[in-house]
Design a protein around this ligand. Sequence first.
Ligand SMILES: [Zn+2]
Length: 83
Amino acid sequence: MPSFDVEVEFEIYCAKCGAGLCSNGSTKSKNSYKSSNRLDMEPCEKCLDLAADMADGEARDELGNKIQELEDEITELKARLEV
Ligand SMILES: [Zn+2]
């Protein structure tokens, strides 16, 4: 079957934060072994960092809640001992 090789230039942006991701991707052209063109993308580093920060924050909140619970328990036990 006759075919054309066409060069397509395009830019890639993170859908979440809008950062340019052109340097995070690499392409592999269709060849006799592969049936279609392929684009491999690295995750957006900004969003990865943000996700890590959020996870840290959540972990800290969880620990903070645990500490508060324990302090409440200690206060309650102290009150009971003083009665
Ligand atoms: Zn992003």
